[in-house]
Write a protein that binds this ligand. Structure first.
Ligand code: NAD
Ligand code: MG
Length: 380
């Protein structure tokens, strides 16, 4: 059996990945990383005796675990996220980290010729050009986990990318789609954490409410499928039944429909795009899907979505600028330090003032990330 490493095993995607590999007996899980939810480590080690390598964010916690499990190898910090990719000799890496922290592990996995199953869309937002270059050089392989992108990949099955007229990435519209824009200033953390259709980590849930998640998914689609930005559009499906659509030049549409269950796209990535499978997920009655009712994205209400195409157009360090500003603003909002509308205002301000670099090195991307975070705090 192939060996698997899960980066971010304690998160929403991480735990669902554990569920998929146990249900469908897909891999030998050899390595995991966790952030602050380290209490889950004992449970995972007990359930998966094949685990030999573990990274825990905090060094003192990792040291305690090392004493407890002398036969396993523990690492900590950001270096630990890279070291484990090398030492575990995993064939496949699931990157289910949140935010910028996912970038270097994605790059490292490809450099070491691993198959990368990518949930961490921020890797492509901040470092899409670096990842594209590695893949072009034949380093590693990349499979998406994001539900919309798996849907698009399924729609493209046996099709030529040159025959694509449009990629329509569906969006649920989030909890505020029908809210008057004047009310946005009163949005509380608990309101923004109520996603209508999906249960996910906090950061992506806030991004889904502001449409920054959809902006990032536009960038993700651009890098995954190599289609120009003028062929990629968001489309709102309030029920999240249709996970995305592709329109072809001959007028034909394909769409992928199914339950809102992330285990389905995770399974797709872990089996490298196996489309014709007998492994069953929950059955859904056809009438559950009743009518498809699509709505146009409201760009005026959700202007952050425009940053998707802006990042593609600018490239350079623009993805890193916008991602870092967004990440910090989202965490500050979750910590009750700024208002909901400040998220957009601060991001706009930073995009205005932070120096744009057209052809950055990876070090400059890292520096951008670091400096923009500091700048956000200065502005606050
Ligand atoms: P989450 O917050 O539930 O989990 C994130 C994981 O990463 C945790 O294990 C956490 O401990 C770890 N982590 C975060 N920062 C870290 C750091 N600096 N160092 C070490 N570990 C760190 O998030 P999630 O919802 O599972 O999302 C993970 C990624 O998948 C995100 O990029 C998100 O956009 C993407 N994604 C999630 C979903 C979903 O349904 N949850 C769907 C599509 C895409
Ligand atoms: Mg998605």
């Amino acid at each position: 059996m192939k060996k698997l490493l899960i980066l971010g095993a304690s998160g929403s995607i991480g735990t669902q990945t554990l569920d998929v590999i146990i249900t469908y007996k897909l891999y030998d899980l050899v390595a995991i990383t966790v952030g602050n939810r380290f209490d889950i480590v004992d449970e995972i080690i007990a359930k998966f005796p094949t685990v030999k390598y573990v990274t825990i964010k905090e060094k003192n916690v990792a040291d305690k675990y090392q004493e407890k499990y002398p036969n396993l190898q523990f690492y900590s910090g950001n270096e630990g996220l890279l070291k484990i990719i090398e030492d575990s000799k995993a064939d496949v890496v699931v990157n289910a980290l949140t935010g910028f922290a996912g970038l270097l592990p994605s790059i490292k996995s490809l450099e070491l010729n691993k198959i990368l199953c990518l949930a961490n869309k921020e890797s492509l937002v901040v470092g899409g050009e670096f990842i594209k270059k590695l893949l072009k050089e034949g380093k590693g392989k990349l499979y998406p986990i994001d539900s919309e992108h798996v849907a698009i990949a399924k729609c493209l099955y046996n099709k030529n990318i040159n025959d694509v007229d449009k990629i329509l990435i569906t969006a649920s519209g989030g909890p505020f789609f029908d809210l008057d824009k004047n009310e946005f200033k009163n949005i509380k953390v608990e309101d923004a954490l109520k996603h209508p259709n999906w249960s996910m980590g906090k950061k992506i849930t806030i991004d889904s409410s502001t449409m920054m998640n959809k902006a990032f998914e536009i960038v993700e689609a651009y890098y995954l499928f190599d289609v120009p930005p003028n062929k990629i559009f968001p489309l709102v499906d309030r029920k999240s039944h249709v996970h995305s659509l592709v329109k072809f030049n001959n007028g034909e549409y394909r769409l992928q429909v199914g339950p809102s269950d992330m285990r389905i796209p995770i399974y797709y990535a872990l089996t490298f795009g196996k489309c014709d499978n007998n492994d069953k997920f929950d059955d859904v009655e056809i009438n559950t899907f009743d009518n498809y009712e699509f709505k146009e994205m409201n760009y005026e209400k959700f202007p952050l979505i425009n940053y998707g195409k802006f990042i593609i157009e600018k490239k350079g360090n623009m993805g890193a600028i916008i991602n870092a500003a967004n990440e910090e603003c989202v965490y500050e909002f979750l910590n009750f330090n700024i208002n909901y509308v400040d998220i957009k205002n601060i991001i706009d301000k930073i995009v205005d003032v932070y120096p744009y670099i057209k052809n950055p090195t990876l070090d400059e991307i890292i520096k951008t990330d670091h400096e923009v975070r500091n700048l956000v705090h200065e502005l606050i």
